[in-house]
Design a protein around this ligand. Structure first.
Ligand code: TPP
Length: 517
């Protein structure tokens, strides 16, 4: 058995079943070993940012770590922006990064670089393998690190000679630690805080944004009259009719400050306090009201669901009804494809069990209220703000959940970063409908130019915000990669084309013009 085979066997025995690859010469043994190792699905991506984003989407939906296979430092570097988003999503991923042989590396060949320095900022765990004999154990340690709560990025550097040399022995076992239990004293203390009647909010994150944690949190909030809130861009929220109502902290800091105004206590349950994206010259980035205390029921590493259950008991809230969304679908009228109109069409049609990957930027803001009462579904946000996440995360979610419809809400500017993911969707026959909001602009930057620099786009700077010249042909792009694409002309047309796309499995793209041009 080669080191590569021992490594893959260990990772498969540890529960890994997806291998997202874009290999080169130094990784050929990590490819060849697939002919002798069952139980893992190899999937090719045509750019490494597609792989890291897909690993993120897969992990958000399964809680399991996918493997990425990356070609030395440059391959890893191409994956970094979406590894950044995945780190902010707090998901498990194991990166296998190829490296030159021990004899070749000292000669400084063209592809050599400082892989550890590239890996560290986005990885909680980095190791350089030293021998074929230790490769399987390194793999087990990488997977254990990745699966350590709440989920981490582990990067294992694999020299080519370790991968081809002889290894032996049964696969080492992978035993990630369980999340730490929250001490009973902390639960009692927070029960005292919440019972005192001062204005309070419970801020839920990670697993508390899904049932059963969100139901427990909603019971607590209802019992003590607190608000139930969450961060602006969590990795995943289970939402829709019959599920707990959770208010989201708005994106812009002045809106966020208004949203939190009046609170005296914020109780964190599985998240840290939300921090606005940017500081501005004339807008405060402090969103927590003066005099408001931040308390922690459970950190992201701790057993938040257990802590919420204990708090339900402590407050005597086990029979309190959670406050849930009622079933409601918006009415659709015909008209031009405005963001609000598109949101209503989505709200009218979103199927039960759908997974929405939201990188719609300024155009998808209205989709959240419009879908609040749609049948139960999951919503995946752009966690780290590095655009180019949406289509890859949708791809990974579809690999994770082949029986569920994935809807990818996509800004056109962001979509161009990792458009190659459409090819993987076509190749793997993934059930993803991509809705491109073709506003032919970096619209958010037009707004931020005013907010940040008190300026309007000029003849000179406007060209850095307008992406309509030349106009991108989304339907042509999709078709060139094997994805059926259509351009819609009105809300009624969108309704028909989206309904048709939801009926038929497989990838499809709808280009939706936004704004008259
Ligand atoms: C990796 C990365 N590069 C650049 C940016 C800055 N940025 C934020 S939004 C944006 C444009 C988004 O355009 P689009 O997806 O069309 O959405 P719109 O703003 O038009 O709604 C850019 C370039 C970023 N967030 N991440």
């Amino acid at each position: 058995m080669t080191g590569a085979e021992a490594l893959l066997r260990t990772l498969v025995a540890g529960g890994t079943d997806l291998y997202l690859t874009n290999p080169g010469t130094s990784e050929m043994h990590l490819v060849e070993a697939l002919d002798r190792v069952d139980g893992i699905r190899p999937v090719l991506g045509l750019f490494e940012g597609v792989l890291s984003g897909a690993a993120d989407g897969y992990a958000r939906m399964t809680g399991r770590a996918a493997l990425t296979l990356l070609h030395l430092g440059p391959g890893l570097a191409n994956a970094l922006a979406n590894l950044h988003n995945a780190r902010r999503a707090m998901v498990p991923i194991v990166n296998l990064v190829g490296e030159h042989t021990a004899a070749h590396l000292p000669k400084d060949p063209p592809l050599a670089s400082d892989i550890e320095s590239l890996a560290r900022p986005m990885s909680a765990w980095v190791r350089r393998n030293r021998s074929a004999a230790s490769l399987a154990q390194d793999g087990a340690d990488a997977l254990t690190a990745a699966l350590t709560p709440p989920g981490r990025i582990a990067t294992l550097i694999v020299p080519a000679d370790s991968a081809w040399q002889e290894a032996s022995g049964p696969p080492p076992s992978v035993k990630p630690p369980a999340p730490a239990k929250v001490p009973a004293e902390r639960v009692r203390e927070l029960a005292r805080v919440l019972r005192n009647g001062e204005p309070a909010a419970v801020l839920v994150g990670t697993s508390a944004l899904r049932e059963p944690g969100s139901i427990a949190a909603s019971r607590i909030a209802a019992k003590v009259g607190a608000r139930l809130i969450c961060g602006t861009f969590p990795a995943r929220i289970a939402r829709g009719a019959g599920r707990p109502k959770i208010e989201r902290i708005p994106y812009f800091p002045e809106r966020a400050a208004e949203f939190l105004a009046g609170l005296r206590h914020i109780v964190l349950a599985g998240d840290r306090m939300t921090v606005p994206f940017f500081g501005y010259p004339t807008i405060s980035s402090e969103i927590v009201p003066a005099g408001c205390e931040i308390h922690t029921l459970a950190t992201v590493e701790e057993d938040v669901v257990g802590a919420l259950d204990a708090l339900v008991e402590e407050l005597g809230a086990s029979r309190t009804e959670p406050i849930v969304e009622s079933a409601a679908r918006p009415q659709v009228e015909d008209g031009p494809t405005t963001p609000e109109g598109v949101a209503r069409v989505l709200g009218a049609l979103l199927p039960e069990g759908a997974i929405v990957s939201d990188e719609g930027a300024t155009s998808s803001l209205g989709t959240l209220p419009a879908t609040a009462g749609a049948p139960p579904h999951d919503w995946l946000f752009l966690t780290g703000g590095a655009i180019g996440q949406g289509i890859p995360v949708a791809t990974g979610a579809a690999l994770a959940c082949p029986d569920r419809k994935v809807i990818s809400l996509q800004g056109d500017g962001s979509g161009m970063y990792t458009i190659q993911a459409l090819w993987t969707q076509a190749r793997e026959k993934l059930d993803v409908t991509t809705i491109v909001f073709a506003n032919r602009s970096y619209a958010i930057l037009g707004m931020e130019l005013g907010r940040m620099a008190n300026a309007k786009p000029s003849a000179r700077t406007g060209g850095l915000i307008d992406i309509g010249n030349p106009a991108i042909d989304w339907v042509g792009l999709a078709r060139s990669m094997g994805v059926e694409g259509e351009r819609v002309t009105s809300l009624r047309d969108l309704q028909q084309k989206l309904a048709a796309s939801l009926r038929v499995p497989g990838p499809r793209l709808l280009e939706v013009p936004i704004g008259a041009r």
